[in-house]
Design a protein around this ligand. Structure first.
Ligand SMILES: O=C(O)CCCC[C@@H]1SC[C@@H]2NC(=O)N[C@@H]21
Length: 286
């Protein structure tokens, strides 16, 4: 793992090093660069671009031609994708945005827990860097109750492999006009924005790679307890929304061994596989 850390660091340092004292997030690069880093078991191709539509869309479009795990980082996205067909909005330099294409042994049904395992990897890394975060099911990272980071996992089966493209967007800075555009309160992490962006990316990639390797062997079960420790709304009254409509309500009881949300409802415990969860305040969804 240490090999990968330093190699990733070197690769990302192929561009001018940003200064820490600037009030804006430090830039990763202007032109596209491609390099490689190695874990003890895996090589990860690294691509950095100044701007693209969506790093997830880019990797999915090339999935059959990828030679192995590939990390694509963009300083800006013009058509960022979010969960459930939503958009992910950002401004150049305001967020760390990347996608990691990773090949899995499968089977496909084991992948239901992957978004939650990724949430654990990101939350633990960000917390280790001094910004405590919690996870809202399935995998939004919250800071003081507001969304700091989002994760979009898209899977694709090719003739000979099962791939997942894991897209992550972490709000480092949140300019007022961007928050207005998003239309709700959003968290940011100026402390992470001041960090060397290359070190931040290297720390995230390092833990993510370790989690993905483990997940591929074991599935989600060993991550469930870690996820539950980070659960933002454990024991809280929540509602489950499907396209904005309330479809369930109950007390959030964490996730099970495959990453389903457990809800204790009046009719007993139910396991939730998809949807959006919101805190239930005074009987109304938030
Ligand atoms: O919260 C969500 O709904 C998920 C947001 C995921 C955003 C990231 S940014 C990098 C990658 N590329 C995309 O188009 N989306 C993900």
């Amino acid at each position: 793992m240490s090999t990968k850390h330093s190699a990733a660091h070197d690769a990302l340092h192929a561009t001018p090093a940003p200064t820490r004292a600037q009030g804006t997030a430090s830039a990763l690069s202007a032109p596209a660069i491609t390099s490689h880093c190695a874990t003890s078991a895996t090589h990860v191709a690294i691509e950095v671009v100044a701007e693209t539509g969506s790093t997830n869309a880019d990797l999915l479009a090339r999935i059959g031609n990828l030679h192995g795990p590939t990390l694509r980082i963009a300083e800006n996205q013009t058509a960022g994708r979010g969960r459930a067909g939503r958009s992910w909005l950002s401004k150049p330099g305001a967020a760390l945005m990347f996608s990691l294409a990773w090949r899995f042994k499968g089977p496909l049904h084991k992948m239901t827990g992957l978004p939650m395992a990724v949430g654990v990897a990101l939350a633990e890394t960000i917390a280790s860097l001094g910004v405590p975060v919690r996870i809202k099911w399935p995998n939004d990272l919250l800071r003081d109750g507001a969304k700091l980071a989002g994760i979009l996992v898209e899977t694709q089966k090719t003739d000979d492999a099962l791939w997942a493209v894991i897209g992550c967007g972490i709000n480092l800075l949140m300019p007022d006009e961007l928050e207005q555009q998003i239309g709700r309160e959003v968290a940011s992490a100026p402390w992470l924005a001041q960090m060397d962006r290359n070190q931040l990316m290297a720390a995230l990639l390092s833990r993510l790679a370790a989690v993905l390797d483990e997940f591929d062997d074991t599935g989600f079960a060993p991550f469930a307890e870690r996820w539950n420790t980070l659960h933002a709304w454990q024991g809280k009254e929540v509602v489950l929304l499907d396209n904005g409509a309330v479809v369930q309500q109950g007390r959030a009881a964490g996730v099970d061994d495959i990453g389903r949300l457990l809800l204790d409802t009046d009719a007993g415990r139910v396991e939730i596989l998809s949807g959006d969860v919101s805190l239930r305040l005074s009987g109304a969804p938030t």
